[in-house]
Design a protein around this ligand. Structure first.
Ligand code: NAP
Length: 259
């Protein structure tokens, strides 16, 4: 754990755990959630400074917040992430399963097996470990208080990402199936499971694919003719997580400007 604090003694605030909360969509969600009455646990892997900046911004909104280092593909680290969050903030109401990596842009016939394994380790195995731990702790059938899981998939799951990163797209296809199956399995146990499928969103992830200008370059192919912002995705995540979506489960919501 990098840092923690209890800035408020309000018991009515809900608790949200966000994987990959130090940048991009996760960071925007943490900040918006803080304004909407959540205390937040901000997970990251490498960039502690960025995570601590998000935590400071959340506290400035009146939330209790902590930053926790954990690689979502490491089972032990995910268990510690949940334990530290519960110890500091109390039972978790909402999990945003957001941590994800992208692969470098390349033709499919050049992929190494290591590359494919790496993206599946984080985006699929990691997402499943995070969901499993959420269910173990939230399920009313094992004494939990119920809750809401929002998986962050991608428009890539239905576009397939040819000539870019088919392995990434397939990993998000797995996230969609995970969402549909798990939603049905735990529907009677107080847990809703949904997914958001963002389109081209302006974050640092595209630089990791080797194309920092990707959103700008592809904007003309989007029906709305522009990329989306992390805040626009966070708005939909917050709605999906909230009681306003109380009859919504197993749903995949595209936030993609019509793409
Ligand atoms: P981003 O700016 O690259 O941020 C990724 C976040 O995930 C960072 O906080 C990073 O932390 C964390 N992370 C990476 N690997 C991790 C791991 N193994 N364990 C824990 N945390 C890890 O990405 P983003 O654009 O906000 O994307 C967030 C999610 O939205 C991803 O699942 C992505 O696939 C999905 N998405 C994004 C877009 C888009 O256009 N941006 C579109 C569709 C879907 P560190 O920096 O500390 O490593």
């Amino acid at each position: 754990m990098a840092d923690s604090s209890n800035n408020n003694d309000q018991t009515s605030r809900k608790v949200m755990l966000i994987t990959g909360g130090s940048r991009g969509i996760g960071a925007a969600t943490a900040l918006m959630a803080s304004r909407s009455g959540y205390d937040v646990s901000v997970n990251y892997t490498r960039d502690e400074e960025a995570a601590l900046e998000v935590v400071a911004a959340c506290r400035a909104e009146g939330a209790s917040a902590l930053a926790v280092r954990a690689d979502v593909s490491d089972e032990g680290e995910v268990i510690d992430l949940y334990d530290q969050t519960e110890a500091d903030l109390g039972p978790i109401d909402v999990v945003i399963n957001n941590a994800g990596i992208i692969s470098p842009i390349a033709r499919f016939d050049t992929y190494s097996v290591d590359r494919i394994r790496q993206v599946f380790e984080v985006n699929v195995i990691g997402a499943m470990i995070v969901c499993r731990e959420a269910v173990r702790r939230m399920s009313t059938s094992s004494g939990g208080i119920g809750g809401s899981i929002v998986n962050i998939s991608s428009a890539a799951s239905y576009l397939g990402s040819p000539n870019e990163f088919i392995d990434y797209a397939a990993s998000k296809g797995a996230v969609d199936s995970l969402t549909i199956g798990l939603a049905k399995e735990v529907a009677e146990e107080g847990i809703r499971v949904n997914a958001i499928r963002p389109g081209l969103i302006d974050t640092e992830i595209h630089a990791a694919a080797g194309a920092p200008d990707r959103v700008e370059r592809l904007a003309a192919n989007i029906p709305m003719a522009r990329g989306g912002s992390a805040d626009e995705v966070a708005e939909s995540i917050l709605w999906m997580a909230s009681d306003a979506a109380s009859y919504v489960t197993g749903t995949l919501l595209n936030v993609s400007g019509g793409r």
